[in-house]
Design a protein around this ligand. Structure first.
Ligand code: PGA
Length: 259
């Protein structure tokens, strides 16, 4: 059996509680039991977590949050730590999303601290990496992404990375309707894989590497078939239950065909 595949919906800062509840209810109602080797997750806004979890009751969906503090607790106004999230039923977090890095100013050091804190708290942690357009145009994308990966993993021991998931999300593909070509995604995923093995040894071979950036029902199949693509982190399309479920079905089909 190969690596775990994932489809995770990142709902970002969209939807008030009734809309979040309705979306989660539709996902729960339409979700067929994922095959062995596939996990499905959603990451709603913090304040909708409880209503979403109620709507998901009994559904095999991993409960994510979109971020977490870099420390368990302390005088950090506005922050929410992993233990607080776990108490609210959260099992995993997204760390280092490009919107947090580029729009909200998160540094590599902050991302590393958040990643370590989440992993040590026993959470799944989806670490996002990805290059802006000008970096790709300049042909420096691989070095840029590998530097992000290395910085994020600087303070975690291989033994702490059992719940690490990496998501390659080229910034120019997020929310733009542009996707990486499957061969470009595959090339980057292979580079990330090799560096994970360098950094983590055997653990690095087992970690899932997701693709994110304008994944839609009509491109999920071709991207899911690309070598080393272990599933998707989905933004825009995850706000539409039918689209999200269609992407899940595509990856489920692929998981059954290539376990
Ligand atoms: P998108 O977002 O699917 O809307 O491009 C992906 C993400 O931000 O994780």
């Amino acid at each position: 059996m190969g690596r775990t595949r994932w489809v995770v919906g990142n709902w970002k800062q969209w939807g008030l509680r009734p809309a979040a509840h309705a979306l989660a209810s539709k996902v729960a109602a339409g979700l067929e039991a994922p095959p062995a080797g596939l996990r499905v997750g959603v990451a709603p806004p913090y304040l909708a977590l409880d209503t979403v979890h109620a709507a998901l009751a009994g559904a095999k969906v991993v409960r994510f949050a979109q971020d977490a503090a870099a420390q368990e607790e302390g005088a950090f106004t506005g922050e929410v730590g992993p233990a607080m999230l776990a108490e609210a039923g959260v099992e995993g977090v997204i760390v280092g999303h490009s919107e947090r890095r580029h729009l909200l100013g998160e540094s590599d050091a902050l991302v590393a601290a958040k990643l370590g804190c989440a992993l040590r708290a026993g959470m799944w942690a989806i670490l996002c990496v990805g290059e802006p357009l000008k970096v790709r145009t300049a042909g420096r994308h691989e070095a840029y992404v590998l530097a992000q990966l290395e910085a994020a993993l600087a303070h975690v021991a291989p033994s702490e990375t059992g719940r690490l998931v990496v998501a390659y999300e080229p910034v120019w593909a997020i929310g733009t309707g542009r996707t990486a070509r499957p061969e470009d995604a595959a090339a980057m995923h292979a580079a990330i894989r090799a560096r994970l093995v360098d950094l983590l040894g055997g653990e690095g071979g087992d970690r899932s590497i997701l693709y994110g950036g304008s994944v839609k029902p009509d491109n999920a199949g071709i991207l899911a078939a690309a070598p080393d693509v272990d599933g998707f982190l989905v933004g825009g399309a995850s706000k539409d239950a039918d689209a999200f479920l269609s992407i899940v079905r595509t990856v489920a089909h692929h998981t059954k065909a290539h376990p």
